[in-house]
Design a protein around this ligand. Structure first.
Ligand SMILES: Cc1ncc(COP(=O)(O)O)c(C=O)c1O
Length: 486
């Protein structure tokens, strides 16, 4: 989500929507009030979801006010197994009880050794066969920095190629690679990054859409790199997401990804695939690169690999390992609990076929949402892969462009998010103008939960797009808010 685009509305208004009328302030109100006055203006999710979670299990989060929510945010795609999965809790408890040191810089431990085995066992075999892993500071953005530095060191070059709509993190190097102008604009500099068109079919950079748009994009990239007057100094790397997440859930066609692999390989440009959000089954394959079959030179991993605890790594082909000792350090690279939770998560996802489950559940959700789009003209586009689904909200009264896309409607998106919350559904926004509802439920979502999410979402979109609806709209009788056990 682009923090700069977050509306600076007061938080108390939205929580009142779902609360029962009572003289005493709802439990949690004092905490929310203190958060408002003590935490920075850059806080984001806390503005969108003015709730105080006290308990969570699977897909359900319970607030201090006793309301329950189905969580389609999952810690921004982190919780592959949902909240507090028994397998993850057991791994953490076992590690705690074992007396193992909890923090160990980058020293060798049995837990790290086991995590590394679980990771290599589950990476694409051709990639893992000749790969090295570097443990980073525990955030995706640090692993992006590391990948970039690695390739700069290996190639002796400095610039990079990145795409429109990309999101790679908030530290200086990763931010330079990110597409979101609003978060970059207030800062000096911006790094040596050549911006290339991502194949966003609905809002095609070439105004044609579909496969043709993606093919044009690939041709443009190839010709630009080969143009002696194109202004592109040979770069250290190309970085891309196989499905853009924060950019509005935009999957790249497999053929386009194969073209990027061919073009970079033929020109000696290392290809980094950022799987921070797409990894660990999310897109219906263990790793998003598996859909196209491409083998990258480096993969950046975080979020789900820590099993809900902070962990980030860069895995890369061994021939790029030209680093000197200490080339990318960081204090918190040896989080024993995260290694244990991460190894348990990776093995559980693989053993229980959760990537396949994500493909099936995601296809069902996407199909129903597409049906809904024919009834609700405010839904301009439904897209995604597996359980990474985007619903782009548009102004149905406005004229469509040459590709049939109407202008984004960010105000409607905010109303839908509020109406979802009022119905016990946590859904965050992203994409251009923050007008895309992003669904990232856990891979363990049940059929009953799929139905409940769809029902609440449909009701919320219908209510929020009704003429005259200015703010969060109360749920209809057919879509009861925050049902027990949902
Ligand atoms: C694709 C991608 N890369 C990098 C990041 C940055 O990760 P972190 O927020 O852990 O720094 C994110 C975060 O959402 C992401 O989605």
């Amino acid at each position: 989500m682009s923090p700069a685009a977050v509306p600076a509305r007061a938080v108390s208004g939205a929580i009142a929507t779902g609360a029962t009328a009572a003289a005493a302030p709802p439990p949690g109100d004092a905490i929310l009030r203190r958060q408002r006055v003590r935490e920075s203006a850059a806080r984001t999710y806390a503005r969108s979801f003015p709730i105080v979670p006290v308990r969570a299990h699977g897909m359900t989060v319970e607030g201090a006010d006793g309301r329950r929510y189905l969580d389609c945010l999952s810690g921004a795609g982190t919780l592959a197994l949902g909240h507090n999965h028994p397998v993850v809790l057991e791994a953490i408890r076992r590690t705690l009880d074992s007396g193992a040191p909890l923090h160990l810089l980058d020293l060798a431990t049995a837990e790290k050794d086991d995590f590394t085995s679980a990771l290599f066992e589950n990476l694409p075999a051709e990639f893992a066969a000749r790969a090295r892993v570097h443990f980073c500071g525990p955030a995706g953005t640090d692993a992006v920095e590391a990948a970039l530095k690695l390739m700069q060191t290996a190639t002796g070059r400095s610039g990079s190629l990145a795409f429109t709509g990309a999101y790679h993190g908030m530290t200086a190097g990763a931010l330079a690679l990110t597409g979101n102008v609003a978060v970059k604009e207030p800062l000096p500099g911006g790094g040596e990054v050549v911006r290339l068109p991502y194949p966003y079919g609905y809002r095609c950079p070439f105004g044609v859409g579909g496969e043709t748009g993606a093919q044009l994009g690939a041709t443009y990239v190839e010709r630009l790199l080969d143009d002696p007057s194109g202004g592109v100094v040979p770069p250290a790397a190309m970085i891309l997401e196989a499905v853009q997440g924060e950019g509005g859930v935009v999957p790249a066609p497999d053929g386009w990804l194969r073209e990027m692999r061919r073009i970079t390989a033929e020109r000696g440009i290392p290809l980094i695939v950022d799987e921070v959000q797409t990894g660990v089954g999310r897109t219906g394959a263990m790793w998003a690169v598996e859909h196209s079959g491409i083998v990258p030179d480096a993969m950046v991993l975080s979020k789900a690999i820590g099993g809900s605890l902070p962990l980030a790594v860069v895995v890369y082909r061994e021939e790029y390992d030209g680093w000197r000792p200490g080339a990318h350090t960081g204090t918190f690279r040896g989080n024993t609990l995260a290694m244990a939770a991460g190894a348990a998560t990776l093995r559980y996802v693989a053993a229980h076929g959760l990537a396949e489950r994500a493909a099936v559940a995601g296809a069902r959700m996407t199909a129903r949402l597409r049906e809904l789009a024919t009834e609700l003209p405010a839904i301009g586009d439904v897209r995604g892969r597996g359980l990474m689904i985007g619903v782009e909200l548009v102004d149905p009264a406005a004229e469509p462009d040459a590709c049939g896309a109407r202008p984004a409607d960010p105000a409607l998106a905010v109303r839908v998010r509020e109406a979802c919350l009022a119905r016990g559904l946590i859904v965050e926004l992203g994409g251009r103008h923050d007008a895309v509802l992003r669904l990232l439920p856990p891979l363990t979502i049940t059929d009953e939960q799929v139905a409940a999410v769809l029902e609440r979402l449909a009701d919320a979109v219908a209510a929020a797009s009704r003429p005259g609806s200015a703010s969060a709209v109360a749920p209809s009788a057919s879509a009861p808010a925050a049902r027990e056990g949902a």
